[in-house]
Design a protein around this ligand. Sequence first.
Ligand code: FE2
Length: 283
Amino acid sequence: MEKTNRYAFTAMSHLLHIRNTLPQLFRQGDGDIDMRMKTFATKLPETRGKTRTHPLMAWHELILLLICGVVAGASLKTTGPYTLAPLPYAENALEPYIDARTVKLHHDLHQGGAVTALNKAMEGATEYSSMTPAQLLVNLDKIPEAVRQAVKNNAGSDANHTMYWMCMGPGHGGEPSGPVADAIKAGFGGFPKFKEKFTAAALARCGSGYAWLVDDHGKLVIMTTANSDSPITEGKTPLLVVDVWEHAYYLKHQNKRADYIAGWWNLVNWDEVGRRLKVARGG
Ligand SMILES: [Fe+2]
């Protein structure tokens, strides 16, 4: 009984830790909208401090501002509280390893479809729609049962994809350095062994899913999840992810997942992995 209580306490503390670090681990779609709206606003004509020669000038500017605001809002905001975060780079930035068409379809249709489905599912849980997708994943017990699985699937898909894009980029790849290299050496005996084990795990994932490097409270672990499941629901902090759904590679590599994984290593953004490791360890 005492052992059970200790386990429950540990699991709860792990979940609280992951909840507290979520804002630093996952980019927020709404935050991006705020950023884009601010960028848009800076492009509007500066009116502050000007001497007005005609009172209608102010009305013209106000009407222009309103029209621009409505147009910008309509183009940026989909129906519902969740929005598709933009790619952090151009669609062709991952070539030649991942082709532009795959990136576009993957981001716009697959991740975008998950966002649309999440908005639909959250119609049955509107009181929780202020939560980010990642926050939903660690609060699934609060979500009404009728929409819980749909929320889990689609919030997971959105959060996983957003992290997947962030963990890649042009001009990256190679081997990690600094604390990430040290942690990998401590956990796996060095980068070559880690790469071999991670690749094997990604290839062994049967069907659709993801392969992850996670920080499990001070210990680095390689794991995979099925479908759109996320390690954060288990209280683990994801550091690196590769999407092994066929939609991630089929256009270029058809059934050769190994070729996709081999190319993907040339894109891994170790700076992002290092940032996540620092968050996980309270740095
Ligand atoms: Fe995907």
